[in-house]
Ligand binder design. Structure first.
Ligand SMILES: [Ca+2]
Length: 196
């Protein structure tokens, strides 16, 4: 009897190990489906690349628009009445947190909010799978340009806890490379999702 009990336990253990071997990875990594955006009069799927766009903006759920330059995206948001003239980028520097207007959450591809790289601006709450936006492992600086409601960047680890980087409301982070990462190194080019 004793031997049979041991065998049963081993069998159950084996089932639990072999039955669902990739469960942890499945939970933490949703499949990339891509985000469809309007860009110069056509539809592009951002997961397939930005096709030359420099800034993509989530104006509303299911309304994402991309522009040739970050400056152009600023002008368009003002023209659409989505940001006030005050909230629009007034400076013409290549490194400007003003490109993330008040009320929006933004990620930059480059450090120091540099407009030489690509930029994303979101207005809608929820979790953004950065793979859908062709931005996975590419974020280097960020702004949460609002009074309330911070944001959280996650790095998905297989079979390990996913580290989170909390971004406070009203704060900008000029260089993820200066923020230490729990497993060593820093947060530059690590974020896989952004929740806001
Ligand atoms: Ca990552």
């Amino acid at each position: 009897m004793k031997n049979r009990a041991v065998i049963t336990v081993l069998f159950v253990l084996a089932l639990s190990v072999w039955g669902e071997p990739v469960r942890a990875a499945d939970i933490s990594e949703p499949p990339v489906v891509g985000v469809v955006a309007q860009y110069n009069g056509r539809e592009i799927n951002l997961a397939d690349g930005w096709q030359g766009a420099a800034a993509c903006v989530e104006i509303a759920a299911d309304d994402v628009r991309c522009y040739d330059s970050i400056e152009e995206s600023d002008r368009e948001l003002a023209r659409l009445g989505l940001i006030s003239e005050d909230g629009r980028a007034g400076e013409s520097t290549s490194q400007s947190i003003a490109d993330c207007p008040w009320g929006w959450v933004c990620l930059w591809e480059w450090t120091n909010f540099n407009s030489g790289g690509r930029m994303l601006k979101w207005s809608q709450s929820g979790t953004k799978n950065l793979g859908d936006w062709d931005f996975r492992d590419q974020a280097s600086s960020a702004c949460v340009s609002r009074d309330q409601g911070g944001a959280r960047a996650d790095d998905w680890r297989t079979l390990q806890p996913d580290p989170s980087l909390y971004l406070g409301a009203g704060y900008c982070y000029e260089d993820f490379g200066k923020i230490s990462y729990p497993y060593g190194g820093n947060w530059n080019n690590k974020a896989d999702s952004l929740t806001m």
